[in-house]
Ligand binder design. Structure first.
Ligand SMILES: Nc1nc2c(ncn2[C@@H]2O[C@H](COP(=O)(O)OP(=O)(O)O)[C@@H](O)[C@H]2O)c(=O)[nH]1
Ligand SMILES: [Mg+2]
Length: 302
């Protein structure tokens, strides 16, 4: 048996990438329903490009999103993530913040990748919103994957080197354009993956891992654009700890059981009132608490 990495998955059909970079069609032995892209697996090769997954190895980390009913894994065993945003179409601070919170709960370094910086006036208009994330300590990278592919490759190559990076973002931000400028045969490869998984679905609806072509090193995992990003699998405490501006304030409220809503002596509300805590981020914090309180059975939270 040898080890491999899950490259893509559609239902019970998978593709795995061996360490010598052969892509094999694989099925699982037994029910391994939570297997996800980036998982390390032990496989038995059957010949003719086929394999059986015998075992899923323990994962270092995993990015998930959830709704009221279930959590869905996006990818595992990551070194870092980049959230792609752009001046146009409009990006959502709500979605961006949710991804940043999920990444932080997994101790995953995450950067904002601002694409389409060639859109001058529109880029200038979003600067105050980006400055907020910079002030919270997030790394901000900037590129124009469509307008300046060479510059984008030059910027991204050292940042991606030797690492497994998850790319996330709303649709329209330029994620496919970015992947295509880093990996010239990405479209072809995506078609091959679609055929191998016999998904018959639109090619961007599943997550896939790409080995970056030499002289680049590292891997990127491209994921479909999302319109919602539920965090109901996280506890209230996990979410608070994952918001950088909460760090210095946690434990400072008068009441140990403070819910940061109406209680007197709430350190977070005081920080909102004197401008140390951004009011939009405070609204998000309350919204996340509300969603979870209403929806989630605590049983499946990690
Ligand atoms: N102006 C500008 N447009 C871009 C840039 N990168 C991508 N686009 C355009 O943005 C649109 C969405 O890009 P796409 O890669 O499909 O976005 P995805 O949905 O995130 O995969 C396309 O029309 C691209 O041509 C860029 O750097 N500058
Ligand atoms: Mg796309």
């Amino acid at each position: 048996m040898i080890e491999a990495t899950v490259e893509a998955r559609h239902g019970h059909r998978l593709l795995v990438l061996t360490d010598d970079l052969r892509s094999l069609a694989a099925v699982t032995r037994g029910r391994k329903s939570d297997i996800t892209v980036g998982d390390r697996v032990r496989i038995e090769e059957l010949g003719a490009g086929q394999a059986v997954i015998e075992e899923v190895l323990p994962r270092r980390n995993r990015i998930q999103r959830s709704d009221a009913w279930r959590a869905k894994s996006l990818a595992a065993n990551l070194d870092q993530a980049a959230v792609v945003i752009a001046p146009s179409p409009p990006f959502s601070d709500d979605l961006l913040s949710r991804v940043l919170i999920e990444a932080r709960t997994q101790d995953l370094p995450v950067a904002l990748l601002v694409n389409k910086s060639d859109l001058g006036p529109q880029r200038a208009a979003i600067e105050p919103r980006i400055a907020l994330y910079r002030s919270l300590g997030y790394e901000v990278l900037e590129c124009s994957a469509g307008a300046d592919p060479e510059g984008t490759v030059a910027l991204m190559t050292p940042w991606l080197a030797g690492k497994t990076t998850l790319l996330l973002g709303q649709s329209g931000m330029g994620k496919s354009t970015l992947v295509n400028c880093l990996i010239p045969d990405a479209n072809l490869r995506t078609q091959e993956i679609s055929i191998a998984l016999a998904s018959g679905r639109h090619t961007t609806t599943f997550t896939r891992l790409f080995q970056l072509p030499a002289p680049m090193t590292g891997r990127i995992i491209d994921s479909p654009g999302f319109q919602t990003f539920g965090l109901e699998h996280l506890s209230e405490s996990q979410r608070l700890h994952a918001m950088p501006e909460c760090q210095a304030l946690l434990g400072q409220c008068r009441f140990h059981s403070c819910t940061h809503r109406e209680e007197p002596g709430c350190a977070i509300k005081a920080a909102v009132q004197d401008g140390r805590f951004d009011a939009r981020r405070y609204s998000l914090l309350l919204k996340l608490h509300e969603e979870t309180r209403v929806n989630a059975p605590a049983s499946w939270r990690r």
